[in-house]
Design a protein around this ligand. Structure first.
Ligand SMILES: C[S@@+](CC[C@H](N)C(=O)[O-])C[C@H]1O[C@@H](n2cnc3c(N)ncnc32)[C@H](O)[C@@H]1O
Length: 345
């Protein structure tokens, strides 16, 4: 699989327009504050963007970030601006052609930003322990449309767990399926390269996340993906694919379900770019100044992480009131069917 993927991203695809699904994001979905950072990124890097979501969580200044499968470096160069000169970003990719583009423009971006806080490493994301990276040294690990391409997703999650600081998070966009992908789809080289063949059934992903200590994965956003190529569409049949962004906090105290301890938080409105509300995940859009009831897990995700000083915390874990309603539903993705005409890519 490695050779197939290297060939696809190193040689077959020349730019985002060559993709055969709607995976690549519509620029209109990108918030205004992020668009200005994207405008600082070199055109050749932008042209070779093959991601399927946004991997820029709030509150990044000073953070140390790792990007798994960074490709030509679009997200690395955006994140480098968000962490600022006191932070740093490491990008890892196995395809030399992709890294070559990323590295070719490193000096350009250093001059534009006024600092160089970036390192690119050529390697496999299943071997994160062999890259000289200090264990538990990253605040955040991101990835954009890469884990589905890995033949050993367990090794990736194990490496992520080992490199994250306590209270850090794996914040990543990827492709998921509404069922287990059959072998005839999995083994089709183009469907695999297009990030569909290797996509996990969403509930298998949750199981693997649990297995590696990410007890309460939070879905941030999702959208259905459409196969635009008629031949591939026929091969895929009734399988529905989704692009989804999850955040996995590295917090060992989390419980397997959202439990109600009568707790609440108040957001101070102090996170840059988010003065009115902060979106923790799809089910937690927290308005500033308002008492917001939360389950024990959400309380910990805000109290034991970089978000802590931006909230007032009400309550404790002394009394349990049963299961907390409203933290998610059975199938997490929305099944919205949209008219494809006018989609960007
Ligand atoms: C769909 S592209 C996404 C690239 C980049 N994240 C972006 O948003 O443009 C997938 C990238 O992941 C890299 N990749 C896939 N599997 C990998 C692996 N096992 N180890 C390292 N890199 C990998 C590929 O080389 C390719 O650059």
């Amino acid at each position: 699989m490695y050779e197939l993927v290297q060939e696809y991203y190193g040689k077959t695809l020349q730019n985002s327009g060559d993709l055969k699904t709607t995976a690549c994001c519509d620029i209109s979905q990108v918030p205004e504050w992020l668009r200005s950072l994207l405008s600082n990124v070199h055109d050749e890097v932008l042209d070779r963007y093959y991601g399927c979501g946004l991997v820029a969580p709030a509150l990044l200044e000073g953070c140390r970030i790792l990007d798994l499968g960074c490709g030509s470096g679009r997200d690395v160069y955006v994140l480098a601006q968000l962490v600022g000169k006191t932070g740093s970003v490491v990008g890892i990719d196995m395809t030399s052609e992709q890294l070559e583009v990323a590295r070719r423009h490193q000096a350009y971006h250093a001059e534009k930003f006024g600092y160089d806080n970036i390192t690119f490493i050529e390697g496999y994301i299943e071997q994160l322990d062999q890259m000289g990276l200090e264990p538990h040294s990253f605040d955040i690990i991101v990835s954009n449309c890469v884990v589905n391409l890995s033949p050993n997703k367990e090794a990736v999650l194990s490496g992520v767990k080992h490199l994250l600081k306590a209270g850090g998070e794996f914040y990543f966009s990827d492709v998921y399926a509404n069922r287990r992908v059959p072998n005839e789809v999995k083994n089709d080289p183009v469907l695999y390269g297009e990030c569909l063949g290797g996509a996990l059934y969403w509930n298998d992903f949750l199981r693997i996340a649990h297995q590696f200590g990410f007890i309460d994965p939070r879905l941030v956003e999702d959208r259905p993906l459409y196969v635009t190529d008629p031949v591939l569409k026929n091969k895929v049949g009734s399988i529905q694919f989704y692009s989804a962004t999850f955040r996995l906090f590295n917090l060992d105290q989390l419980e397997t379900a959202c439990e109600d301890y009568g707790q609440a938080v108040i957001y101070h409105g102090t996170i840059p770019e988010h003065p009115h509300r902060i979106l923790l995940d799809k089910h937690h859009d927290i308005e500033s100044g308002k008492v917001f009831p939360v389950c024990g897990n959400t309380w910990l995700m805000l109290q034991d992480t970089r978000f802590s000083k931006h909230f007032t915390f009400i309550g404790n874990f002394s009394k349990h009131y049963g299961i907390f309603q409203g933290c998610g539903s059975v199938i997490p993705f929305e099944n919205t069917v949209i008219n494809l005409s006018g989609q960007c890519c």
